[in-house]
Design a protein around this ligand. Structure first.
Ligand code: G4P
Length: 289
């Protein structure tokens, strides 16, 4: 199993900054990768949400297993939270869908305000998620030309940049970088496999072998079919990939290191088909609760 270190210093800084910013928002828009909806959780979000409603946005569904995405959406829509799954690249309506879900999540509160004669102000939402989950893509989708500064908003810290997403929704980007927390090795491997951890700190061959093992478990025939490998263990699979892709070293030996890199690149770009590497476990408490 691959061993990956976690950086508590980064987390502490993000925790402080996020705590400060959270005071000015009504809800969170939490992005997760639909292919790893559990491993792509950032624990700070869970700790800091302070009971604020969360819209969980599963991104990259074009590369995830549709049946599993449906199960995850149902599982993650509970109590205070709701969940929506989107393709941020090809779905031109994804920004509208996210805005609509966010407004829907806050509808009860807004109705109560109206009943008390208070004219509700636009909802303030903070977008958050680990690196590479699609946060910039989502913000660009929503952005348009409607950036507005906090300076003229009462009760909101100066210098924060808000996006006026809709007449009923203002959006704040997360401060700092929310690294994932990968205490357990499987979470680390999954994050590394899909590119949420800097490649330079990793043993890519180990990451590839762990991932091959997970895929063989969840989609038993898939890799054998793609790489025409027959039933082999992860190391054997790397050799089969090297053979299939003609990756041979100068001395004629199959280059399994390059095979590992190629495998991870193909996986990250959805070239192996639509895969979800985590399953809903009804008996287990969701990390986000
Ligand atoms: P971040 O701000 O959370 O770090 O993520 P960002 O928006 O930069 O997105 C990371 C990569 O994921 C980008 O690819 C982006 O195009 C891609 N991406 C985001 N949402 C989706 C989605 O719904 N579907 C698909 N297929 N891709 C999505 P990139 O710039 O090419 O980076 P990389 O893939 O080389 O890391």
């Amino acid at each position: 199993m691959v061993k990956i270190q976690w950086y508590p210093g980064h987390m502490e800084k993000a925790r402080r900054e996020m705590g400060e910013r959270l005071k000015s928002v009504d809800m969170l828009i939490e992005l997760r990768d639909a292919r790893i909806p559990e491993a792509s959780v950032n624990p700070i979000i869970k700790q800091m949400a302070q009971g604020k409603p969360r819209l969980i946005v599963l991104t990259k569904i074009d590369m995830a297993d549709p049946e599993q995405t449906q199960k995850w959406v149902e599982y993650l829509c509970n109590g205070e939270n709701s969940c929506i799954a989107v393709d941020l690249m090809k779905d031109a309506r994804c920004a509208k869908k996210i805005i609509r879900e966010a407004i829907l999540l806050m509808e009860d509160k807004r109705k109560k305000q109206l009943a008390r004669g208070i004219r509700p102000r636009p909802i303030r939402a903070m977008a958050c998620g680990i690196p590479n989950v699609g946060k910039s893509t989502m913000i660009n989708r929503i952005h348009g030309k409607n950036t507005l500064k906090a300076a003229n908003k009462p009760g909101v810290t100066r210098s924060l940049t808000w996006l006026h997403a809709d007449e009923n929704l203002d959006l704040l980007d997360t401060p700092g970088v929310l690294w994932p927390k990968f205490d357990d090795e499987k979470t680390g491997s999954l994050l590394a496999a899909l590119g949420s951890i800097n490649d330079d700190i990793l043993d890519r061959k180990m990451v590839a072998m762990d991932t091959i093992h997970y895929i063989q478990d969840l989609y038993p025939d898939l890799l054998e079919e793609i790489y025409e490998s027959g039933q082999v263990n992860p190391n054997g699979m790397l050799k089969a990939i090297a053979k299939k892709r003609n990756l041979v070293k100068a001395d004629g030996i199959l280059d399994t290191k390059r095979a590992a890199e190629l495998f991870l690149t193909e996986l990250r770009h959805g070239k192996l088909g639509r895969l979800t590497l985590e399953r809903v476990n009804e008996n287990q408490e969701d990390m986000s609760e």
